[in-house]
Ligand binder design. Structure first.
Ligand code: GUN
Ligand code: ZN
Length: 437
């Protein structure tokens, strides 16, 4: 067993439902050999109960739960930053030419390595990853996540229309390849399978029906896709499906339930929000992507009023990086810009959205999302370099809520000093390894 000493900050209870920050300024956490937190409290009290454990000291900054990214594309890590285009132009000119390159297995392996590095460096410990159109590339993704020790849910991206030909498949082939991937990887270590039609714009009813078969037959699999992202795209989907609402194009095939995460949902009608809420499905809010592509301002208030579960996604590569601190800050900005229609977000809301809400969306809330006894020790040590503006800000913070706001406002991936998944340290920062004594 190991005893960690740190400033602990987490959100065990939803701040949108009356919860708030939980903090232990000089905290202690005991982690057993299985990576499970067995004790937590003021360091002095925990130490008194565990006088013989090795202590890992994490002085300065703060220790947060590992971040949970509910929407991030592995084949797009090398095209982050393609600015200046709306969704369909960006797909044609930026994302899809790169995605076609993943037909080459060696290339895909390199991309998977870059992608995993991006997640780990950002402190992301769990992710719902949009895969590749090529099964061999998805194998590479699963393998890279397995080696890194990340909690990753991913799968084959499928489409049978409207994209460049090398990215298209057929319902039968998609089903066969998906079942093969699920057989090889679903339930292996921390990995799970995600049924992933790219979006209804590029998937016929027959393809969605083949997705439904995999979703039903692979117990515990996840479903993910895009929805209501861009006004032109939304109108096209309505036309293609004879006037059907976008969410309903998936729901009509049984693809919308508690194991479903739909990305964006910037332009929903109330009927869709009601359906998402009644089915217990989640929405991945991707604020930097929505800004970069000019997709729109996310109607968080309407999601909350309808009772739809919402978490954060980086949406790399339309999103501008892996940091969920940056996504949290951008979510805050956009709600501010909505003025009276927006939700006034505190740093507690941002931390919830970046951690526990994501764990909930991915069905991992019993295992991760906060630093409670009984959960896996998935954690991120945020430690700014001495004298940098975040370090100065933390030294002058008026409260824990204020200190955490500074972490969201000023924190970058270079401030991530340590990352743990299930008690295993998977990354150590630039300055030092944590001292043990
Ligand atoms: N809709 C369909 N594919 C994509 C994608 O790769 N990124 C985003 N942001 N939206 C999409
Ligand atoms: Zn996306």
């Amino acid at each position: 067993m190991t005893l960690y000493r740190a400033r602990l900050v987490d959100t065990p209870v939803d701040p949108f439902a009356g919860g708030g920050l939980r903090a232990e300024e000089d905290g202690g956490i005991v982690v057993d050999e299985a990576g499970v937190i067995t004790a937590r409290g003021p360091f002095a009290a925990v130490r008194a109960e565990h006088p013989d454990e090795v202590v890992i000291d994490l002085p300065g900054g703060m220790l947060l739960p590992g971040f949970v990214d509910t929407h991030v594309h592995f084949p797009q890590v090398r095209v982050i930053g393609g600015l200046g285009m709306p969704l369909l132009d960006w797909l044609d000119q930026c994302a899809l030419p790169e995605e076609a390159r993943l037909a080459d297995v060696a290339y895909a392996k390199g991309v998977a390595r870059d992608f995993v590095t991006g997640l780990v460096d950002a402190g992301t410990t769990s992710a719902l990853v949009f895969g590749s159109h090529f099964a061999t590339a998805v194998d590479s993704m699963f393998a890279a996540a397995d080696v890194a020790g990340l909690r990753v849910t991913t799968g084959l991206v499928v489409s049978d229309r409207s994209l460049r030909p090398e990215l298209l498949s057929t319902p039968d082939r998609a089903y066969g390849e998906a079942r093969g991937l699920a057989e090889r990887w679903h339930g292996h270590g921390r990995l799970r399978y995600a049924v992933t039609p790219r979006f209804s714009f590029s998937a016929s009813d027959a393809m969605l029906e083949s997705c439904a078969a995999t979703f039903k037959e692979v117990q515990g699999s996840w479903f993910t896709s895009h929805v209501n992202e861009n006004l032109f795209e939304v109108a096209e989907v309505r036309r293609l499906f004879g006037g059907t609402n976008y969410v309903h194009t998936y729901a009509n095939h049984g693809l919308v339930d508690r194991n479903s995460v739909l990305a964006h949902n910037v332009h929903p009608v109330d009927e869709e929000l009601a359906l998402l809420a009644s089915q217990g499905a989640s929405v991945a809010h991707c604020p930097t992507s929505n800004s970069a592509l000019g997709s729109g301002l996310f109607p968080l208030r309407r999601h909350l009023d309808h009772g739809v579960r919402v978490a954060l996604g980086s949406d790399v590569g339309a999103g501008t990086g892996f940091s969920l601190l940056k996504e949290g800050l951008q979510a805050y900005f956009m709600q501010q810009l909505l003025a009276a229609e927006g939700v006034a977000l505190t740093s507690a809301h941002l931390l919830w959205l970046a951690t526990a809400a994501g764990a909930d969306a991915l069905g991992l809330a019993d295992e991760v999302g906060d630093l409670s006894v009984g959960k896996q020790f998935d954690a991120v040590w945020v430690l700014p370099q001495a004298g940098n503006p975040l370090d100065v800000g933390l030294g002058n913070a008026r409260s824990t809520l204020d200190a955490l706001a500074k972490v969201f406002a000023l924190g970058t991936t270079t401030d991530i000093e340590g990352v743990w998944v299930g008690g295993d340290q998977i990354a150590a920062g630039r300055f030092r390894r944590p001292a043990s004594r």
